[in-house]
Design a binder for this molecule. Structure first.
Ligand code: XMP
Ligand code: MG
Length: 178
């Protein structure tokens, strides 16, 4: 796998330190609120499970799967719900955990959906942000790292379902997906 990576952008240690930092901030923010922490599958799976273990407060977890990409590296703008939540969000303080925000289309769709379901609050924590590529007006409430406009993989992020199990975030060699 490593031979398909052009460059390591964020090391395993840097991720661990950032997740610890975010967990501390979010613990303070959500203390006493029993938040519903929603993982957007599959990309946010590692981030979510690492993050909640750094949150020393009562919380609940749920999982949602949406698709906006297919096997391409470009957002189609069409968001499909592949797996919905098991939990009712009405009146709940919801924290959406994302792997990466690119165009912002996926997340703005999700935020609208959760607001329509009458969540008490909806906030977003994303591990990575690619702000230069935004096509909708959306800013994450909490962000781990801002990344350049390159296709990144690892720590949950995939290309055609591969590389998710890399422990770091890396830039894929263009010849791998071209
Ligand atoms: P949008 O454009 O809707 O897309 O903000 C967000 C989703 O697109 C995926 N995505 C990526 N996945 N490397 C990946 O492995 C990337 O560089 C990348 N950019 C976007 C991701 O699933 C995210 O939730
Ligand atoms: Mg995703």
């Amino acid at each position: 796998m490593d031979q398909d990576i052009k460059e390591v952008l964020i090391s395993e240690e840097a991720i661990r330190e950032k997740v610890r930092e975010l967990g501390e901030i979010l613990s303070a923010e959500y203390a006493g609120k029993n938040p519903l922490v929603i993982c957007v599958l599959k990309g946010a799976a590692f981030f979510m499970t690492d993050l909640v273990r750094q949150m020393n407060i009562p919380l609940e977890m749920d999982f949602m799967a949406v698709s906006s990409y297919g096997a391409s590296t470009q957002s189609s703008g069409v968001v499909r719900i592949l797996k919905d939540l098991d939990t009712a969000v009405e009146g709940r303080h919801v924290l959406v955990v994302e792997d990466i925000i690119d165009s912002g289309l996926t997340l703005s769709y999700l935020i609208d959906l959760l607001k329509r379901r009458n969540a008490a609050s909806v906030k977003v924590v994303t591990l990575l942000d690619k702000p230069h590529r935004r096509t909708v007006d959306l800013k994450p409430d909490y962000c781990g790292f801002v990344v350049p406009d390159a296709f990144v993989v690892g720590y949950g992020l995939d290309y055609a379902e591969k590389y998710r199990n890399l422990p770091y975030i890396g830039v894929l060699k263009p010849e791998v997906y071209r």
